[in-house]
Write a protein that binds this ligand. Structure first.
Ligand code: ZN
Length: 421
């Protein structure tokens, strides 16, 4: 059955400057949950005027947020205080991820994790799992039930961690190929080959990951790159013959136009050129970088960037808070970003980087109706600030800097309400 959503529409076109705005707009969904019509609420076509409707008044209807980097098995370990990335991994992260060998634990956690994404207006994500196949199976199954465009894979890691989270080369390959065969392209699910990072993979495993990536047609590749000084120093010890960190991944065929590298803070000019030439993406995760003291990533580089929360290194599930922190980090770098660019990166931009833009990421007719409803007056502070807003840019800017999950009034995936009253 078709359905109508009413509210203030803010829809991006091919770039952040191209905004379609209806102060009182309507979105009509068809029975498959795809957007069938978009326009002024005064001109709803006769075919939809009798459809059931959710009227969100003057709240904003935007494309749902896409989180380009998040760790499912870290869903409950935000704000674990550590001295740096490597201390944080060994002290908190690996022991928590070890629990995900248990199917019951992972299945229960997947429901909580996805509900938390929806409560924050996030409708799609590229997520890491633990090294256990059960973890990826649980997340794929939960996301399919919710009809989400979700991308994940089992993490490959066969050294420099506690045994309970390590795998080994051959079994890791078999598990990865099996997950690809069973879940990639099933409904809206996609698969990503997922070596954690070069510190926790032997050369044999990185070689295998490159070979398996070739076999997994259409799969993404996700890993971490150049996050902290301690990590980079360790890479130099482990891979003394490679000229830099990126070169390690290049050597094993992991730098491609389907590759997403979280962080990429301390990249040299050579690394930036290599990533750009391959068409790879660096995913900026500011709340995590600030929390772990990893550094200030410069977004004005000739390279494609996505945005992610990096929960649980990140301190918030909220892409709104991630936009606010992105703005502040870039201000410290001497770059002032517009709110429209921030929102574009978190929606249409991330959809393009994750190769799901044919399916989601904007409010164009024909896309799945993945929608977040944002109340610009959700809190007293927002309401007072909203009274001063004079433009769409003003409204978006206040939401990016002052908003969080309280501003998310409702979330829709494939036209179905998954959060909100
Ligand atoms: Zn991460």
């Amino acid at each position: 059955m078709s359905k109508l959503l009413l509210g203030q529409i803010v829809a991006f076109g091919a770039g952040p400057e191209e905004i379609t705005h209806f102060a009182r707009g309507a979105l009509a969904f068809d029975d498959k949950g795809k957007i069938a019509w978009r326009g002024d609420a005064a001109h709803i076509p006769a075919a939809f005027t009798q459809a059931p409707r959710d009227d969100h008044g003057s709240s904003l209807l935007l494309a749902g947020f896409i989180d380009a980097h998040i760790h499912f098995p870290q869903y409950r370990m935000l704000a674990a205080a550590a001295t740096d990335l490597l201390d944080w991994l060994s002290r908190y992260t690996f022991p928590e991820e070890a629990r995900y060998s248990d199917t019951i634990y992972a299945t229960h956690a997947a429901e909580i994790f996805l509900s938390r994404l929806h409560a924050n207006g996030t409708t799609s994500a590229l997520a890491f799992c633990s090294s256990h196949k059960t973890c990826a199976e649980a997340l794929f199954a939960a996301a399919q039930k919710r009809n989400m465009a979700l991308i994940t894979g089992k993490t490959l890691m066969d050294r420099n961690a506690i045994p309970a989270v390590q795998d080994e080369v051959e079994q890791g390959a078999l598990d990865t190929l099996d997950l690809h065969a069973r879940f990639h392209g099933k409904a809206r699910l996609r698969h990503a080959v997922t070596p954690r990072f070069a510190i926790t993979s032997t050369e044999a495993q990185l070689r295998m990951a490159g070979e398996v990536l070739q076999l997994c047609s259409g799969a993404l590749m996700q890993t971490h790159l150049s996050e902290s000084a301690g990590e980079i120093a360790w890479i130099k010890q482990l891979f003394p013959n490679d000229q830099d960190y990126t070169a390690v991944y290049e050597r094993f065929g992991l730098v491609t136009d389907r590759s997403l590298f979280a962080h990429g803070i301390h990249l040299s000019d050579r690394e930036i050129s290599a990533l750009r030439e391959a068409g790879a993406t660096v995913v900026h995760c500011p709340t995590s970088n600030n929390f772990l003291g990893s550094g200030l990533m410069k977004i004005r580089r000739p390279i494609a960037h996505g945005l992610g929360t990096d929960v649980g290194g990140g301190t918030s599930y909220s892409m709104l808070q991630t936009l606010g922190e992105t703005y502040k980090v870039q201000m410290l770098n001497g770059t002032k970003m517009k709110a429209a660019e921030l929102f574009y990166l978190a929606t249409r931009g991330n959809a393009e980087r994750l190769k799901i833009d044919a399916d989601t990421g904007c409010l164009d007719v024909g896309k799945f109706a993945d929608v977040v409803v944002l109340d610009p007056e959700a809190t007293p502070v927002l309401a007072a600030r909203h009274a001063l807003s004079r433009s769409v840019e003003d409204i978006l800017f206040a939401l990016a800097l002052l908003g969080d999950d309280r501003a998310v009034k409702a979330t829709y995936v494939t036209g179905q309400k998954v959060h909100g009253n």
